[in-house]
Design a protein around this ligand. Sequence first.
Ligand code: ADP
Length: 192
Amino acid sequence: MRLVLLGAPGSGKGTQAVRLKEYLQVPHISTGDLLRAEVAAGSPLGLQAKEVMARGDLVSDEILLGMLKERFSREDTRAGFILDGYPRNLAQAAALDQLLAGLGQKFDAAVQLVVDNEQIIERLAGRAKAEGRADDTPESVRHRLSVYDEKTAPVADFYRQHGQLTVVNGVGALDEVFARIIEAIHPDHEVG
Ligand code: ADP
């Protein structure tokens, strides 16, 4: 199964992706995690991305596409994937379509987790305390939410127009939201 997870920062994409990965037995590709690994390693790419990420802006489409191509060139993605954090704008959505077409693949569904802004701000404030991520400061959170509304929300419309969008209510207990996602995607897989 090939899935794209959409949702604002703090909508629970990452958390649900980890569970989906276990359930579907396909790799979880988080562009945020890939970028944070580059930053932690102090690579040239990481050095370029660090400030942009801390501000809550989008890292360049070119860097993201390069990273993604590299990741998709690995064998383990043949069986499927859960893509988390990409695409974040319309150009990236077009690039993903092209990349997958080149690989002879098509994703099964774009799942959008919807959570209201008030709850998102609450969740991210909690995460800031627990994890101390550089981009969970109130200022960066506010900025990431506006970047999401301006650049990423149109991606959901793009997939809706293509008949690929599934909208899932992201408010509730983790198990409840997970069950809603499974129901939405109806995988042919046995639970196990
Ligand atoms: P969140 O969803 O909480 O914002 P992520 O881990 O998905 O967290 O992303 C963290 C940061 O990494 C983003 O704010 C952005 O700077 C960068 N990033 C991740 N994915 C992309 C992407 N597809 N395009 C551009 N920048 C990205």
